[in-house]
Design a protein around this ligand. Structure first.
Ligand code: SF4
Length: 220
């Protein structure tokens, strides 16, 4: 699909779902948050759900976590406009509570449609919810982050959510290291041997793969 087509298809999707009222979050949201960035992005970053600022502005990652994300992207030579940023949920859970299972199940089709249209080479799942959804696992983020998985011919790399790293220096260090791994992956054109190996721990392998199609490429 060429760039124009992708943009048109994303626009169509936006107009189709922007007034969605399929779950209770439609009643409490201020603005629907579709996501933003390039329709032809090679990298897509997927968080959990809009927070307070995102809900007010209708854009993803606009608060402190967004500033950090911009800085991290800059550190690997990318602008926000060159990637696509989205969330699992398109509407803010009240009080920033965790997404409910039924909300994720109802909303996830929109994210899957975005991924299908944009067709990124790499998806960075930021935090537990997007990681568990896209790797179809119930394992925690700590055992999965920084590793590289393959799903439907694209790379999935779970990383910590920037909001979780803001006030925890150790998590910030890990996040910066993981962004360097992303850069290495991009520079290598997806050659996973370029990524520094960490101790292999079979306990941390993903055991369940979506429709048995996913294949873990390496443990990092
Ligand atoms: S969270 Fe998703 S399913 Fe629920 S109202 Fe918003 S767009 Fe619709």
């Amino acid at each position: 699909m060429d760039e124009l087509n992708k943009r048109e298809r994303l626009k169509e999707l936006y107009f189709k779902i922007k007034d969605c009222d399929k779950c209770e979050l439609s009643k409490s949201r201020t603005k629907f948050v579709f996501g933003s960035g390039s329709a032809c992005a090679e990298i897509m970053l997927v968080g959990e759900a809009p927070g307070k600022n995102e809900d007010l502005q209708g854009l993803p990652f606009v608060g402190q976590a967004g500033k950090l994300l911009d800085e991290l992207l800059g550190s690997i030579g990318y602008k926000r406009s060159e990637v696509f940023i989205a969330n699992v949920l398109k509407c803010r859970p009240p009080g920033n509570r965790d997404p409910k299972v039924d909300e994720v199940n109802i909303c996830k089709g929109y994210l899957m449609e975005q991924i299908k249209i944009i067709d990124p080479k790499i998806i960075c799942t930021m935090g537990r919810y997007s990681t568990q959804l896209l790797l179809n696992t119930d394992r925690g983020i700590n055992g999965l982050r920084g590793r590289v998985y393959k799903m439907d011919n694209r790379i999935i790399m779970p990383i910590n959510h920037p909001a979780a790293a803001l006030y925890t220096p150790s998590r910030m260090d890990i996040l910066r290291q993981d962004f360097q791994k992303i850069k290495n992956l991009i520079d290598s054109g997806g050659d996973l041997s370029c990524v520094n190996n960490e101790a292999l721990n079979p306990e941390n392998e993903v055991k369940t793969y979506k429709e048995n199609k996913n294949e873990q490429l390496g443990l990092f």
